[in-house]
Write a protein that binds this ligand. Structure first.
Ligand SMILES: Cc1ncc(COP(=O)(O)O)c(C=O)c1O
Length: 388
């Protein structure tokens, strides 16, 4: 459900923080459950030619995906149900299938490192020309799209992982479409509560549902969201052909996690802005990036385009990579772990992965702010900083 009848008798769109709670519920029937069931069946009773929409085999479709796909589509404002995938990378692989052999892919040089790895694989395997851009530089991205050999796809992350550059997504979509180039946006960092790329005309939105949408660091899951019915059919066929399907329990857990998305995002964004402000004033911190900071290069754009500034902070402690590692080791409340978007605050030094982009500073720590008490988070951080 994503609309209700108001006192004036007219239909009103529900606010996103209501939609996270109301969408994807079973029909109201006396004695019926308020939550969708988990159906554990790999196959369905079927004989003869199946009717349109009839469930036949759970690799092609199962009722357990439907409520989550409905809810995510409602949140992204999509005309079609979303498609849930086995992981964020499976969703990204599906979206990247828009790039043909020998095509040209324009993407942020600071995309999620495995997305960069996927692009490198496309270059090696399918002769795709990969053009890395500074996604915050709208003119440079626009210049990279056209020319004698226009791009096959513009990939956007905003804010980027882990550098937190903020893109002018609507301007980039307009430039890409003017050049006849489709646009895919990885909306994992922002979530649909903070920005809705389809409303700006983006063709595809992908998510690592693993992160904020599920929100409890207990499932790995992905999703693709589109407006266009033919494009959805194409990605649906991709999912079935590649078998990149989600398990029923994971999808059920993701929908349960989604119910508290607005509360979690509200709390963690507020804490992230407060922690960023304190970190920026700390003598042991050389550099902080968070779009909430008035002097952050992404501040004006984020204020204009996003509902909040996200809950990822990037910092570089005084003392380089050794100090960054020592800081991680001295924390007790913050969890040293990769991934992000869980209820628990976590952090990691990104360049500990040899595959991370070489332009990400060696000492950069990516902090994912959770929902703990902000004073406990600060006490832990400031104590760890004092040991450096
Ligand atoms: C921005 C972004 N996109 C995609 C992914 C990949 O998602 P998954 O780990 O669910 O495959 C990640 C994972 O860290 C991510 O941070």
């Amino acid at each position: 459900m994503h609309a209700s009848i108001g006192p004036d008798g007219r239909t009103h769109a529900l606010a996103p923080d209501t939609v996270v709670v109301t969408s994807g519920r079973p029909a109201r029937t006396p004695g019926g459950p308020v939550n969708p069931p988990v159906v554990l069946s790999s196959t369905y009773v079927s004989q003869g030619t199946p009717a349109d929409g009839e469930l036949v085999y759970a690799r092609s479709g199962t009722e357990t995906w439907v409520p989550f796909e409905r809810a995510l589509a409602d949140l992204e404002g999509a005309a079609q149900p979303a498609l849930v995938f086995s992981s964020g990378m499976a969703a990204i692989a599906a979206a990247m299938s828009l790039v043909p052999h020998g095509g040209r892919l324009v993407l942020p040089r600071h995309s999620y490192q495995v997305t960069l790895g996927f692009a490198a694989d496309l270059a090696a395997r399918a002769g795709v020309e990969v053009v890395d851009v500074d996604i915050a530089d709208t003119a440079a991205v626009a210049a990279a799209l056209g020319g004698p050999r226009p791009a096959s796809l513009l990939w956007i992350e905003s804010p980027t992982n882990p550098m937190l550059e903020v893109a002018d997504v609507p301007a980039l979509v307009a430039a890409a479409h003017a050049a006849g180039v489709p646009v895919a946006v990885d909306n994992t960092f922002a979530t649909p509560l903070v920005q809705r790329p389809l409303a700006w005309g983006a063709d595809v939105v992908v998510h690592s549902v693993t992160k904020y949408l599920a929100g409890h660091s207990d499932v790995v899951l992905g999703a693709v969201v589109v407006d266009d019915a033919a494009l959805r059919e194409r990605f649906l066929a991709y999912r079935s052909l590649h078998g990149a399907i989600a398990g029923p329990w994971e999808v059920w857990l993701a929908l349960r996690g989604l119910r508290t998305l607005a509360l979690r995002i509200g709390r963690s964004q507020e804490s992230a802005a407060e922690l960023a402000r304190r970190l920026a004033a700390h003598p042991k911190v050389a550099h902080v990036r968070h779009p909430s900071l008035p002097d952050d290069p992404g501040h004006e754009r984020a204020t204009r385009l996003m509902s909040g500034y996200g809950s990822i902070i990037a910092i570089r402690p005084v003392g380089g990579a050794a100090a960054a590692d020592a800081l991680v080791g001295a924390l007790q409340v913050w969890v040293p772990a990769t991934s992000l978007g869980g209820v628990e605050s976590s952090l990691e030094r990104r360049r500990r992965f040899p595959t991370e982009s070489a332009t990400v500073p060696d000492d950069l720590l990516r902090l994912s702010v959770g929902i703990e008490n902000v004073e406990d988070l600060w006490a832990d951080l400031s104590h760890a900083l004092s040991t450096l």
